[in-house]
Design a protein around this ligand. Structure first.
Ligand SMILES: *Cc1c(COP(=O)(O)O)cnc(C)c1O
Length: 352
């Protein structure tokens, strides 16, 4: 296999750009960055924690990257942190440009960001099983020459994973193009198969997106991109120097050590509840449930608008997906009690 060179497909204005240099040189008196010298520490507000708020966060987010690397048994040099994975999607499109290709229905941000950046986008409809239309995707790769292909697996809002074989064929075709395939694994922690981390060593045009948002830390805004160093260093050029703040870095790093067992327990509980919710939903007359490997379930009813509004009247807010999939609703898996209440109300609405 010949060497894949991401620099080849970087936009002209990015090729000439150098990443912001912010080396941390330890000095006793630090007067170089227009910071306040008066210590403001988080420990002034929260006991135990000692973070100097008058200083900028580590621009490299080293501790957090190392903590993540340890969990995934990879090198921290293969990880880039974003202010949520949204920011990383933005960086990728800003760096490699368009056209951008993705199957639909899917996560809205690929299209929104492509449009904001001003690049062309191509959308390929999923088949009736919500799997990838392989032939169409391959054709679009060959004819439209996308620079980036986004594949959310498990997919939001459908909840299923796509066929691994189809994705591997897409990555292989994309490599010759050349284009980068980004597998968005936001829901991987809830998924029964192992995802695409094991394939990273086989494909240097493959990158994987993950996030802490769906496993309990959405407020922190931590997403991470996993890929080879050449690819990351191109995207790193457009990264804003302090895109992940000091509290986020601290709390996320701590969460991956001290609270990791708790996070894992929560994930296990959500998966258990998802399976139960799926089973219970399928028992309700007039409900069509789709299989899910995520922390939400897509289902169809006869009059989704009506059901959606009635649920709100009973104090339950779910997501109306009917504008993208006819009569479809998406419910996030909640606590046992929340799910119970949801099922009860839905049953009443549908006259069960
Ligand atoms: C929720 C979601 C994200 C957003 O992740 P953040 O890290 O919160 O920005 C990314 N991709 C998919 C498919 C999602 O559903």
């Amino acid at each position: 296999m010949n060497k894949f060179n991401p620099a080849f497909i970087v936009r002209e204005n990015i090729k000439k750009l150098s990443p912001y240099q912010a080396k941390e040189i330890p000095c006793k008196i630090k007067l170089d960055a227009n910071e306040s010298p008066f210590p403001v520490k988080l420990s002034d507000f929260i006991s135990e924690v000692n973070i100097p708020l008058n200083r900028y966060p580590d621009p490299e987010a080293l501790k957090l990257r190392k903590a993540l690397a340890k969990k995934m048994k990879i090198s921290y040099t293969n990880i880039m942190i974003g202010n949520g994975s949204d920011e990383l999607i933005y960086y990728l499109i800003l760096t490699f440009g368009g056209p951008v290709l993705y199957p639909i229905p899917t996560f809205a941000m690929y299209g929104i960001i492509a449009q904001s950046v001003g690049v062309k986008k191509f959308e390929s409809k999923l088949d009736s099983d919500f799997d990838i239309n392989e032939e169409e995707m391959i054709n679009l790769i060959k004819t439209e020459k996308p620079r980036l292909i986004f594949i959310s697996s498990p997919n939001n809002p459908t909840g299923n994973t796509f066929s691994t074989d189809k994705i591997l064929k897409i990555i292989d075709t994309a490599r010759k193009n050349p284009s980068i395939v980004v597998i968005d694994e936001a829901y991987q922690p809830f998924c029964s198969d192992r995802g695409f981390l094991p394939f990273l060593k086989d494909f240097d045009n493959l990158a994987i997106l993950r996030t802490l948002s769906k496993i309990g830390l959405a407020g922190l805004r931590v997403g991470y991109l996993i890929g080879n160093e050449n690819l990351l260093s191109e995207a790193n050029k457009v990264r804003l120097p302090y895109n992940v703040d000091v509290l986020t870095q601290y709390i996320a790093t701590a969460a991956l050590s001290k609270f990791y067992a708790q996070i894992k327990n929560f994930i296990t509980e959500i998966v258990k509840e998802r399976i139960r919710l799926q089973k219970e939903l399928s028992k309700i007359k007039g409900v069509t449930v789709f299989p899910s490997e995520a922390n939400f379930i897509l289902f169809k009813v006869k009059n989704s608008q009506n059901v959606y509004t009635k649920l709100i009247k009973s104090g339950i807010l779910i997501r109306d997906m009917s504008s993208t999939i006819k009569n479809a609703l998406r419910v996030t898996v909640g606590t046992k009690e929340e799910n119970k209440e949801f099922l009860k109300v839905l049953n009443n609405i549908l006259g069960g």
